[in-house]
Every structure is written in structure tokens, then in C-alpha cells.
Design a protein around this ligand. Structure first.
Ligand code: NAD
Ligand code: TYD
Length: 358
């Protein structure tokens, strides 16, 4: 393990080998050379160190493979690295998996968050100045909207429907309870659906890009009428940076780009873009659309109001959706090896080998 000295801050980022976490780690490691960034990740099926290849040797970066539920290990990391800030992204994140295996979601998302909170409380011991515990959450905790133009606000009552959103809602409440009960300086943000490079190909956008490329069916749940509000992942990472540094203790901020799309319309955009970039005639892949049985409890519509974040902290998305989707499709087409390593299971050997050689 490398020695890092004279760092201004020591920040524990959990889940940094996942989709959003890898963008946050990359942003903090490159933008803040005087911060020590400790990436704590269990490397579940969703964690992939190849997502961070470009910064893995940076002098201000340390990777630790551990489970956030392992309280003793988490506690010792706080001491070992004198952690003064936490940006907590580690979670089980896929709704369909939560329907099959809710226990794992309760364990990681609820108990894992509690383990981190307790370790922070224990280590900081009431000296809150300069400390920050920032919990990354989802707009799915607010439940489902109708097609009536309404939006989720920071004050919207929680109404989670899936085991995933129920577990995230519970963890949000624990974070707020630590603020209200012990005075811990906490932040919670609830963000809309993210898309962009390095997303695990079980989620709609990377799964469908890969299937179109390989001429495989595109399983659209129900009638494809459900609406999601999409944000480019790098804009989410920028928002996390802004909020971590300038957000007010104890506050909640919604993050979103006012960018609602029906699933079926997204699928058509993906087909058009992939076909164009592969040089196929327009409409070539439309026959791949396959309507399948709907997801149980499928939330109809998500739409987030992020006005508070814009007016109070000045954050706005930097990319229009058309630009973001074009970049994203190009990235997946240009990184077929990254995708193949996942679909073949090869990526899981990468860190096993790395650990064996230490
Ligand atoms: P992801 O599934 O791609 O990555 C999760 C990461 O957490 C993986 O690297 C995994 O190895 C790690 N992890 C899982 N269990 C762990 C454990 N017990 N201990 C340590 N590490 C563990 O998820 P993502 O899409 O990047 O989401 C990151 C966070 O953002 C989650 O908290 C999620 O709820 C939230 N979020 C996601 C979205 C989205 O659209 N993806 C939107 C809003 C909020
Ligand atoms: P997903 O990427 O799983 O995100 P979330 O469920 O957290 O919103 O799904 C986005 C939308 O796409 C959601 O309405 C479910 C739908 N969907 C499909 O229609 N087919 C699929 O194969 C997947 C994975 C998702």
C-alpha cells in the first residue's frame, strides 16, 4: 500500500468500482490531487476495476477491497486513513435483482449504510468540524408519478415500491436519523436514472446497445410506456462534487436534468443511433423490439425537480440528452472489449489475479 502524505482531506468513497462510483472516483482523484481518495468496494458482480484503469496508479488513490457490512474492517479504515469525508455509493442497485433477492438488498443497502454511519460516529467522536457523510440515493424512494406533469420535490413523501427502493429509503432515513440524533454533518441526494460509460449491462441502455449490436432481442417490459428521467453520469458526478463541497449539513438535494423519456422512445433512439453508427440502413434493428411480461410493481413514471440544486448551488447538467446518448452509444461501440469481458465473466478474474499477485 502506498504512503500518502500531506493530503488536505482523506475521503472514503464506497462503491467506487461501480458505474457512478467510478466516475466520482475519477473526478475526485484528478481534480483534487491534494485529497487522498480511498475507494472501498467489495467487488460484487457489479464492481469492475477495469472501470478505473486510467487512474489506478495515481499517487492520491488507494483501493481497498472490503464489505461495507464488515463493521470492524470499516472502523479500522477510518482510523488507518484518518477519514474526514465519506461519499457513500456502495449498494445493490438493480430493481430486477431486488425482486428476486430482497435480503441482499436489505443487508448491503440498509445494514451496510448503518455500519458506515456507526464507524464514522465512532471515529469522529462528536468532533464534527470539517467532517461530512454524504449518502447517494435515488428518486425511486418517492414512488411513482402519474402522467400529470407532477415532479418529485425534496419534500415529496417517501413511497417506495420495489425492494430496491424500500432498502434505499430505509438507508436515507438512517442517515437523516444520525444527523437529527447525534448531530452528524450529513447530506442526502436523490438522483434520477443515470446513463453513460461503464454501466453494468443489466440496465436498460447498455443492455440494449449491446443487444442491438449483436442482433439480439430487446426485452421491453409491458408496453414500454413507463417514463424515466435520464441524466448523463458525468453530470451526476459533477453534482456530487458541488454538493459535497458546498451543500448545507442535514440537507437533501434532488438531482436531475428535466429529461423525461418513455422507455419505448429511448429504445427507438438507441436503435437509430446504433444502426447509423454501424452503417446499417435505417430501421434495420427495429424488428428486435420484443414486448415481454411487465416487471412486477413497475413504477409508471419518475420525474425530478432539481430547482433547489440549481438555485442554491448553481449546478446544471452540461449535456443535452441527444449529445449524451450519442457519446454513450459511441463509447459502448468503441469499448466492445470492456463489454465482452463482462458478458464472458472475464472481468471478475482481473482482480482475483491482481490480489493473488500481491
Ligand atoms: P452499481 O451497481 O454499478 O455499483 C455498485 C458498487 O457497489 C459496485 O462496485 C459493487 O461492487 C459495490 N458494492 C455492492 N455491495 C457492496 C458491499 N456490501 N460493500 C462494498 N461495496 C459494495 O451501482 P450504480 O448504478 O453505480 O449506483 C451507485 C449508487 O447510486 C447506488 O447507491 C445507487 O442506489 C445510486 N443511484 C443509482 C442511480 C442509477 O441510475 N444507476 C440513480 C440514482 C442513484
Ligand atoms: P433500469 O435500467 O433497470 O432502471 P430502473 O428500473 O432503476 O429505472 O430500467 C429502466 C426502465 O427500463 C425501467 O422502466 C424498466 C425498463 N426495462 C425494460 O423495459 N427492459 C429491460 O430489459 C430493462 C433492464 C429495463
Amino acid at each position: 500500500m502506498q504512503r500518502v502524505t500531506r493530503m488536505k482531506r482523506s475521503i472514503l468513497i464506497t462503491g467506487g468500482a461501480g458505474f457512478i462510483g467510478s466516475h466520482v472516483v475519477r473526478l475526485f482523484v484528478t481534480k483534487y490531487p491534494d485529497y487522498h481518495i480511498i475507494n472501498l468496494d467489495k467487488l460484487t458482480y457489479a464492481g469492475n476495476l477495469a472501470n478505473l484503469k486510467d487512474i489506478e496508479n495515481a499517487p492520491n488513490y488507494t483501493f481497498v477491497r472490503a464489505d461495507i457490512c464488515d463493521f470492524d474492517t470499516v472502523c479500522s479504515l477510518f482510523g488507518q486513513y484518518s477519514i474526514d469525508g465519506v461519499i457513500h455509493l456502495a449498494a445493490e442497485s438493480h430493481v430486477d435483482r431486488s425482486i428476486k433477492d430482497p435480503f441482499t438488498f436489505a443487508r448491503t443497502n440498509v445494514l451496510g449504510t448503518l455500519s458506515l454511519l456507526q464507524a464514522a460516529k465512532h471515529h469522529w467522536n462528536g468532533e464534527w468540524a470539517g467532517k461530512r457523510f454524504y449518502h447517494i440515493s435515488t428518486d425511486e424512494v418517492y414512488g411513482a408519478l402519474q402522467f400529470d406533469g407532477s415532479l418529485f420535490h425534496e419534500t415529496t413523501k417517501y413511497d417506495p415500491h420495489s425492494p430496491y427502493s424500500a432498502s434505499k429509503a430505509s438507508s436515507d432515513h438512517f442517515v437523516r436519523a444520525f444527523h437529527d440524533t447525534y448531530g452528524m454533518p450529513t447530506l442526502v441526494t436523490n438522483c434520477s436514472n443515470n446513463y453513460g460509460p461503464y454501466q453494468f449491462p443489466e440496465k436498460l441502455i447498455p443492455l440494449f446497445i449491446n443487444n442491438i449490436r449483436h442482433g439480439k432481442p430487446l426485452p421491453v417490459y409491458g408496453k414500454g410506456e413507463n417514463v424515466r428521467d435520464w441524466l448523463y453520469v458525468v453530470d451526476h458526478a459533477r453534482a456530487i462534487d458541488t454538493i459535497f463541497h458546498n451543500g448545507k449539513d442535514g440537507e437533501t438535494y434532488n438531482i436531475g436534468g428535466f429529461n423525461e423519456w418513455k422507455n419505448i422512445d429511448i429504445v427507438k433512439v438507441l436503435i437509430k443511433t446504433v444502426d447509423r453508427l454501424l452503417g446499417n440502413a435505417p430501421g434495420t434493428s427495429e424488428h428486435l423490439i420484443t414486448y415481454v411480461t411487465d416487471r412486477p410493481g413497475h413504477d409508471l413514471r419518475y420525474a425530478i425537480d432539481s430547482t433547489k440544486l440549481k438555485t442554491e448551488l448553481g449546478w446544471e447538467p452540461s449535456l443535452q440528452f441527444e449529445e449524451g446518448i450519442e457519446k454513450t452509444v459511441r463509447w459502448y461501440l468503441d469499448h466492445q472489449e470492456w463489454m465482452d469481458n463482462i458478458t464472458s465473466g472475464e472481468y471478475e478474474k482481473y482482480y482475483d489475479d491482481m490480489y493473488k499477485n500481491r
